[in-house]
Write a protein that binds this ligand. Structure first.
Ligand code: GCO
Length: 443
């Protein structure tokens, strides 16, 4: 099977950026040459990560990065999205760790030498543990520490970077990490979730100001994830439930960036769940951004619930990926057109999209036709949104290679390249060949 887009598609042009994405903690390993982070601690806590694994080795990318760049180049991509490990580039006292910085400057130099644009995410969840020990994202001070880290690291990188994203998925850091505790640091309280979200967004705004000053020629923005919410039935109650879920899980993170407020569901909150918001915060948060990154994997369906307001229902009969996420590409188009209708958006990149599948390495090959079909359907869903006038300028596959999938450990494979964790051998899957073929045939 091939990935097929309509012949006249803008996504068939070389002006459309294609890339692959990874994140520091998920691939780097070499935990002994950086500070401890909240994911080290979380992994060391029994019962938190499904296979009891950690990021100590991961894909050993710190050791194998040159080979990994060969791999990236072999795919024919225009861009590579990576993240910087805060605990690798700063010491505890906030000064630069020159060895850690050197790792990234060498990597960035090599990407540039090969004409691959570096898309750098400054925070993909690996908060230094000593900052968490001081309250982490519940402490307003952390937002200022993030701005300081941004200042130091962007000065060190100079003009090596094509694009900076402040944060990857503040929803995951705040909701999964501080509200329901399934991600690091594993805290679980509604007020924690909302307060940490506010501090993450504040940190984004503060860092945007630093980026505008230190790096005015890069494309600077943020990456948000969305799981579009549908109602189980047409009943007014279910429709309202889906709207509330959407406000709570999706709009919460984007509305402040453009409308300088949280969605109206905040008015339903009990006093003790209200985040502390200082005067002027929304003006900081709503800095202009050059691009918005969108991560999309699946949708969710809701019905009304007398106690919680909304509850998700399992679409039992619909196809799912290996991680149990429904495959529903139409919701990707719906998401993009709805955001376009709601907000005055800058150009958008799809910064992550992909699927975990139950890959089998047989005779040195992984024939992942299921993942390939997912990519075909979802790239076409993006194309449909573009045809409806949404300004999408690039697409990144998640992920370059199989890696540490957070609370699932190494049990779920999202790569278009297979990783044998015993030998660290990388093998291109059928989806990687199809992606490469799509890119090679652009006009
Ligand atoms: C995310 C993260 C990635 C994940 C991927 C699959 O979107 O959650 O950016 O780190 O690995 O999404 O869950």
């Amino acid at each position: 099977m091939k990935i097929m887009l309509p012949a006249n598609s803008k996504m068939q042009s070389k002006a459309f950026t294609y890339g692959v994405a990874t994140a520091s903690f998920q691939i780097e390993g070499a935990a002994d040459s950086r500070l401890a982070c909240i994911w080290d601690t979380f992994c060391a806590t029994p019962g938190k990560v499904r296979d009891g694994s950690n990021g100590d080795q991961a894909c050993e990318h710190v050791k194998l990065w040159r080979e990994d760049i060969d791999l990236i180049e072999s795919l024919g991509v225009d861009a590579y999205r990576l993240s910087i490990s805060w605990p690798r580039v700063l010491h505890k006292d906030g000064s630069l760790n020159t060895q850690g910085v050197q790792f990234y400057t060498d990597l960035l130099d090599e990407l540039n030498r090969r004409g691959i644009k570096p898309f750098v995410t400054l925070y993909h969840w690996d908060l230094p543990q000593h900052i968490e020990d001081n309250g982490g994202w519940l402490n307003r001070e952390t937002a200022y520490l993030f701005a300081d880290y941004t200042d130091k690291v962007t000065q060190a990188f100079g003009d090596r970077v094509y694009s900076y994203a402040t944060f990857n998925e503040p929803f995951c850091s705040s909701y999964l990490g501080y509200e329901i505790g399934v991600h690091a640091p594993g805290l679980a309280k509604k007020s924690y979730g909302r307060q940490s979200a506010h501090h993450l967004l504040l940190a984004h705004g503060l860092a945007m100001k630093v980026l505008q000053k230190n790096s005015p020629n890069t494309e600077n923005g943020i990456v948000l994830n969305f799981t579009p919410c549908y109602s189980a039935t047409d009943s007014a109650e279910d429709v309202q439930a889906a709207s509330k879920a959407d406000q709570y899980f999706n709009q919460w993170y984007i509305k402040p960036l453009f409308d300088r407020c949280y969605p109206e569901i905040i008015n339903d909150f009990a006093t003790e769940d209200m985040p502390v918001i200082e005067e002027g915060d929304f003006d900081i948060i709503a800095q202009p951004i050059d691009f918005l990154g969108i991560n999309f994997y699946t949708r969710a369906v809701y019905k009304a619930d007398a106690v919680t307001g909304f509850s998700q229902i399992d679409m039992v009969d619909n196809p799912k990926t290996d991680i149990g996420w429904e495959i529903y590409p139409q919701s990707f188009t719906d998401l993009l057109t709805s955001l376009h209708a709601l907000y005055p958006l800058p150009p958008m990149y799809i910064t992550e999209n992909g699927a975990a599948m139950g890959d089998k390495l047989i005779d040195g090959k992984v024939d992942d036709q299921d993942r390939l079909a997912y990519y075909d359907a979802h790239l076409n869903a993006v194309n449909n949104a573009i045809e409806q006038g949404v300004n999408i300028v690039g697409y990144f596959a998640w992920s370059l290679m199989d890696n540490f999938e957070w609370a699932e450990g190494y049990l779920k494979r999202f790569g278009i390249v297979y990783v044998d964790y015993d030998t660290q051998k990388r093998t291109l899957k059928s989806s990687a060949y199809a992606y490469k073929n799509l890119l090679a045939n652009r006009k």
